[in-house]
Ligand binder design. Sequence first.
Ligand code: ZN
Length: 490
Amino acid sequence: MRFLFVAYFIALAELAIAQLPFCGTSSSDQQRMLDDVQFQAGAGRGDQGTVYIPLKVHSLTNDGSSSHFAAWSLFESLCTLNSDFLPSGIQFFLEEDINYIANTAWNHHPEYEQGEEMMIQNNVHGMANCYIVSDPAGNCGYFTYAGDGVALNKSCLGKNSHTWAHELGHFFSLPHTFFGWEGINYSNGKKTSEYQSRVFTQIENKERVRCRQQADQFCDTYPDYISNRWTCNADGFGQIIMRDLFDSTFRADGSLFMSYSNDVCMSRFSDEQMGAMHQSIDGSRFELQRPDIIPRSLGADTVNLVFPGEGQTVEGKKLQLKWDEVTGARYYVLQISRTSNFSVVVKNLLLYTNSAIIDSLTPGKDFWWRVRAYNEFYFCGIQSSAGTFSTEGIPVSVGDHGDVFHRLNVSPNPVASGSYLQILLDDRHLNTGPTELIDLQGNVFAKMSPFWQGEACYIQIPPAAKGMYILRVKTSSGPTQIKLIVNNNQ
Ligand SMILES: [Zn+2]
C-alpha cells in the first residue's frame, strides 16, 4: 500500500513537471547573437539615463476571429516586462499601436519556419517585434535570428510571468545561463567531463578563472547545467547539487531571468548581462535608439467612473458606459464582470476614448465594472474602483399570481398613487438601492429611494402612476420584482 502511495506521488510530481518547454531559442542563434555583440567587461555606459526602446506588439488570432489576447492581461504583462528591465535602464514603449493579425497558421505554428515567415512578413523595421500567439512551436516563447523577433505563448504571459523579459534578453544578445546544455538532462550521478562531447560550449566551472570563455561568457552568472524548467528552494537556488569538471559542488542561481527556473524564482539580469544588452543597443541594435524621446505621464492617480452611477439599473442594450478622461492617457481597458472579484469577465475591451457602447448585456443581472488608463510609456496604468450596476429585467407576463419572487412582498397591493408602500423583505435580503417602477413595456417609469421607519422599509408611489407595473427592488442578494397595481388616489 505504501509503495502505491509513493508511486502515486511520483506520478503527480511528473505531471507538475510536464509543462510547456520554456524557451525554443536555438543554441546556434544564441551563438550568433553572442558573436554579434562580443561582450567587453567593464565597457561602462557613458550615459546613465533611461534608454527607451520601441516595442512592436503583434497580437495573433485565428482566421476570421476577432478574439485576441485580453488587453487587461497584455498591459499587466507589459507592466511586468518594464519592471523586470527597470534596473537595466532599458524601458520599452509603444511607438505604434498593437497590430492585430488573424492567421491560424501563424497563431498556431508547430514549426519555427512558419513563425519566421510571420516575422519576416510583419516586422516593423527599427522596433523590437514581439508576436503573441497560441502556439510558438510548442514553447512558452523563443527568439529567432532569421525572423529577428520574439514569439510568446499567450498561456505563458501575465502579471507574474518573466517569459517576455527572458525572450527579449535573447533579442539583446543574452544566452541562457546554462548555454551549451540545451536538450541535455544533467545528472550528478555521471562525471561532468563525460558530458563535454555533447555540450555545445566549454563547460563552466565554479572557479571564475576562465569564465569569459565558458558557457554564457559572463563571469557574474554562475555555472548552471539545467536545461528543463526547475523550481528553486526558498534561497532562490536549485535543489540539484551539481559537480563541475573539478568536482566542486554548486547549485544553479534561479534569480536570473536567463535561467530555466520557475517565474517565482526569477527577479534579475546580472550586471554583465545588463552591460551586454546596452552594448547590443549601441551596436547591432542601434536602429532601435530613440535618443530624443520624452516619456509622457498620466495626469491622475485614479479613473473616475461616471455612468452608470453606483447601483443604478440601466437598459442592457446599447448601454453607453462613461468615465472621466485622464490627461495623458492613450488607452483605456474596460472590464465588465458578473462577479465582484472579476472572475467571470464578460467584456474586456481596449479603447481609445473615455466611453464605450455595449451592444447587449443579459437583462435582469448585476454587473461589476472597472477601467484602467494607460499610455505608450506607462503600462501599469491607473485604475478605477469597481462600480456596480444592474440591467433591467424582461417585462414579465402578468397573471393572477403577482409574486415573481416569493421572498418579496409589498403592502398594500393595490396601492394608491402618491401614497406609501411598505416593502416586506426578510432579514437576508435587505434593500440596498433604488427601487424602480417598470411599465409593462419594460421602460422605467419612476425611480424611488426607499427609506426606513423603525423596522419597516417604505417607498412613496409617484402621484402620476396609474395602472399595472413591475416593482423592481435591489436587495443585498440581487434584484427582485413583483407585480404592483396602482390605483387613482381618491
Ligand atoms: Zn531562452
